[in-house]
Design a protein. Structure first.
Length: 440
């Protein structure tokens, strides 16, 4: 993100809220590579700690890593880190950023002691593959001693702000609340189709915002995908790497079939859960995918009805999925040509990405082989999960949603499609571009 267009991220409000607390736990920021963790912590420093921030990249800075070796007493650490940076570190005023903290088990362990013995110091740590390091290298996770947040790829509303349409976000949200038609509906649908190609990786969004070039976007996406594949080889054994790559590469095909349930046989002929479940766990821990669990009932709590053997897999960024599926931007942006291609799986992936960014556990419902609802969301004011149906066009006829409503009588039902806001047969119609409003 360095040298690129400035990006407003909604997580900044949570970061500032953490920073202004008088006493706080160290912050641990999770997220897949290239989602903008370094950038957003630098922005926090500019906004809240102007001129009083000391940042270390623990992957590159061996001297900083060595500062954690003698002991983890916070005052001694602060002295050694100040020497390594050539900057004064004031526990009452300085923001200390420990980037790529997965590169040092000792640095990760130090967060516990900063929490206990120097809570006044602002310590913010970020790690792209931290969960992998904890699981595979025996790192010491300071459980209960850190405040954790996850940075997802940019959601559609953040994309709108980046491309100059940020003033419309509040109006879209208001139309969602009132189920009232949005006057710029067609223009927002065009933005939505653009987002489906660009996705939410900050560098890809920045390139598109700057010159509208989809070819440059694809170059960025290819580079990010190559980086992810390199990480698979770096942080797994050769056998594990092959299985992780096969699982990762199967996702476009999993979402291209009519039934989006994950099937091990599409990973490799004869594939079994016992062989590929660790690969799925690796991808989830690295933040590259999202898993949507099947529930056998719409009654609350939904977690009690999850079927661990049945799930769908989505990529964490729809733009990367579109690139890996070799989706032609020209076909997506042309209304006539768009009707001739199958976009259901990619659009469903987009909705999963928006729900995940809002912190909503991903679940779907099926009734045998007779009905399926794409997503089910638990809310506190209903006895049944809210069904969410996804359509990639304005053809919104569906029997499954009616089956679910007859069986569980939810207080609300949502259908995401290319239609404008409104109420249709007791179902709330929400245009696809407003998926970021659901569950917020």
């Amino acid at each position: 993100m360095r040298g690129e267009t400035a990006m407003k991220r909604t997580i900044m409000d949570q970061l500032v809220e953490w920073a202004v607390q008088r006493i706080r736990k160290p912050l641990l920021l999770y997220g897949a590579r290239q989602t903008g963790k370094t950038y957003i912590l630098d922005e926090l420093a500019k906004a809240t700690f102007p001129g009083d921030c000391v940042r270390f990249d623990l992957e590159r800075d061996s001297r900083a890593r060595q500062a954690f070796e003698p002991d983890l007493e916070p005052r001694n650490l602060i002295r050694r880190l100040a020497q390594a940076s050539g900057r004064q570190i004031d526990p009452e005023r300085t923001l200390l950023i420990l980037d790529e903290i997965q590169s040092s088990n000792r640095a990760l362990a130090s967060l516990k002691y900063f929490c206990e013995d120097m809570p006044q110091l602002h310590v913010a740590a970020a790690g792209s593959l931290l969960g992998i390091a904890v699981n595979q290298q025996g790192f010491s996770m300071p459980v209960g001693k850190v405040h954790t947040l996850t940075l997802h790829p940019m959601s559609f509303d953040e994309f709108l702000d980046a491309v100059g349409d940020g003033e419309l976000i509040a109006e879209i949200s208001d139309c969602y609340d009132r189920a009232a038609s949005f006057y710029l509906h067609d223009a927002m649908l065009e933005r939505f189709w653009q987002y489906l190609i660009v996705g939410g990786m900050p560098e890809a969004v920045s390139r598109f915002a700057r010159n509208g070039s989809f070819s440059e976007v694809r170059e960025v996406q290819a580079g990010i995908t190559d980086l992810y594949v390199a990480d698979m080889a770096k942080y797994a054994t050769p056998v594990e790497t092959a299985r992780i790559r096969d699982t990762w590469n199967s996702i476009p095909a999993q979402l291209a079939k009519e039934n989006h349930k994950f099937q091990y046989k599409l990973v490799r002929s004869g594939g079994r859960a016992s062989v590929y479940s660790p690969a799925i766990a690796w991808l989830l821990t690295a933040g590259l995918v999202e898993r949507c669990m099947r529930v056998s009932s719409g009654r609350l709590p939904l977690a009690m009805h999850e079927d661990v053997s049945s799930f769908k897999m989505y990529t964490s960024d729809t733009g990367l999925l579109a690139a890996r599926a070799e989706l032609d931007p020209a076909m997506v942006l042309d209304a006539e040509r768009r009707r001739r291609i199958e976009l259901g799986g990619i659009v469903e992936n987009y909705v999963a990405q928006m729900l995940a960014a809002n912190g909503i556990p991903l679940r779907y419902w099926t009734s045998g082989n007779t009905a399926e609802v794409d997503f089910v969301m638990q809310t506190g004011d209903s006895d049944a999960g809210v069904p969410i149906e996804v359509k990639s066009s304005d053809n919104t006829r569906s029997r499954s949603l009616a089956v679910y409503r007859d069986k569980y009588a939810p207080d609300e039902a949502i259908r995401l499609s290319t239609k404008n806001f409104g109420i249709d047969g007791g179902v709330r119609s929400v245009p696809l571009y407003a998926a970021f409003c659901v569950g917020k």
